[in-house]
Design a binder for this molecule. Structure first.
Ligand code: 5AD
Ligand code: SF4
Length: 449
């Protein structure tokens, strides 16, 4: 059985696809690069913004032709998109060639459903016989237990993704995530520590802890677990490796976590801290539960504890209540904080969320604002990049450079991407790199050892 997984969206999904691969390999599957020779195609979807959803649906549409050529193919759709209200019905009606639809908390049902589809097909006497199709987007009540037993086929060496908490309880008014990924569920701390230990023993050099809001880790456990305690526990694991985590919610980032980061050689001085907006009014309307002052104070604390820290963020423009003044507050914040990088988004109404019910801002206004914001952040990024030139940094060789032959790429502790000469055999090594050129977000250098 050859399989192909098409992944959309965030790192959480990238890792979820490693679990899907683990499940498929557990039933004898092997990965194949092109869809044409696949026996099973899985679409692991995202619905955070309209364009993510449209892209997935477009590509699911394309496999219709594939299925005509190769009727034996099994097509499965899973991930966030399937969990939206009415989504499974839309797929049932408009994408009749999709065989299996699973939600975000029952992916382990995939092997069983594939077997059922195969069996039903073998039993079909005529083409007109009723096909077996699976639509199951119920949250498994024993999700955490089942998840612990789900095999993982890692595909991102030398980085290993490790989930620590699933779901989100925050209900930011623009966001679909709490509706499609359910309430927060923390993995037991021992299970996380064990997994990290196994990854380090297995040669992984970077551990990235994942959660929609890693800072709320442990509040649903009974032994006083917290993100700070988890970080300190991971720091005590022997070996040379790096730790990163995402995503942090500014309202829950504690002094203890900042201290644990600052005291550790393993936990990188790097944080992704989505601000979304620089306007107190918009933050309130978004239900973010912090003010711009509190955000400034956090970034100051982080920098006082770790002067070289790289702070990245997510910023959104065009939230329904955002006026020109509010947008000016956002550009002012972006100018003052000096993020090493910012992911910028145009607000996209998501059905079922409170903000989607508010009067919307014209697209032309959103487009102008995003253009301005991107231009501003690019200038900041470029300026900050120049500070790296002439210095030597420890970089983890992560991959061959996709653009430059004979070169490798990897990140500094602060999270900056650097490109330097080297061959694939060095992937997974920590390399000293002297930076000699900065081109906007990317750094170029030569190895020192
Ligand atoms: N529209 C645009 N951007 C969104 N994000 C979340 N929901 C939406 C939406 N409806 C952005 C936020 C979040 C990032 C992962 O995606 O900035 O931090
Ligand atoms: Fe969405 Fe807010 Fe939860 Fe992040 S914290 S996943 S933006 S609801």
């Amino acid at each position: 059985m050859r399989y192909k997984i098409v992944t959309y969206g965030c790192q959480m999904n990238v890792h979820e696809s490693e679990k899907i691969a683990g499940l498929l390999e557990g039933m004898g599957g092997t990965a194949c690069a092109d869809g044409e020779s696949a026996d099973v195609i899985v679409f692991n979807t995202c619905c955070i913004r309209d364009n993510a959803e449209r892209r997935a649906l477009g590509n699911i549409g394309v496999v219709k032709a594939e299925k005509k050529k190769n009727p034996g193919i099994i097509i499965a759709v899973c991930g966030c998109m399937t969990q939206q209200e009415g989504a499974a019905e839309v797929i049932r009606e408009r994408y009749p060639y999709v065989d299996i639809v699973l939600g975000t908390r029952n992916i382990f049902a995939l092997p069983g459903e594939i077997e059922k589809v195969k069996k039903a097909r073998a039993a079909m006497k005529k083409r007109s016989d009723k096909r077996y199709r699976a639509f199951d987007t119920e949250y498994a009540p024993d999700y955490l237990d089942r998840d612990e037993r789900t095999p993982v086929t890692r595909t991102s060496f030398p980085n290993a993704w490790v989930n620590i908490i699933y779901g989100c309880n925050n209900f930011c008014t623009y966001c679909i995530v709490p509706y499609v990924r359910g309430r927060e569920l923390s993995r037991p701390m021992d299970a996380v520590l064990d997994e990290v230990r196994r990854c380090v023993d297995g040669g992984y050099k970077e551990i990235t802890l994942l959660g929609q809001n890693v800072n709320s880790y442990g509040h649903d456990l009974s032994g006083g677990e917290s993100f700070e305690r988890l970080l300190r526990g991971i720091d005590r694991i022997d070996g040379k490796f790096r730790v990163r985590f995402m995503t942090s919610h500014p309202k829950d980032l504690t002094d203890g976590v900042i201290d644990a980061m600052a005291c550790s050689d393993k936990i990188c001085s790097n944080i992704h801290l989505p601000v979304q907006s620089g306007s107190d009014k918009v933050l309130k309307d978004m239900n973010r539960r912090y003010t711009r002052e509190r955000y400034f104070a956090l970034t100051e604390k982080l920098r006082a504890a770790m002067p070289d820290i790289g702070i990245t963020t997510d910023v959104m423009v065009g939230f329904p209540t955002e006026t020109e003044e509010d947008f000016a507050d956002t550009t002012d914040l972006v100018r003052s904080v000096r993020f090493s990088n910012a992911f910028t988004f145009v607000y996209s109404p998501r059905k079922g969320t409170p903000a989607a019910e508010m009067p919307q801002i014209p697209y032309a206004v959103k487009r102008r604002r995003i253009g301005e914001l991107i231009k501003l952040q690019n200038a900041v990024t470029k300026e900050l990049s120049e500070n790296y030139v002439g210095n030597v940094y420890e970089v983890l060789a992560e991959d061959v450079s996709p653009k430059h032959e004979g070169m490798l790429c990897g990140r500094t502790e602060s999270g900056r991407l650097a490109t330097f000469p080297g061959d694939a055999g060095r992937i997974g090594e920590f390399v000293k790199v002297r930076i000699n050129e900065a081109r906007s977000a990317s750094l170029f250098g030569v190895t020192e050892d």
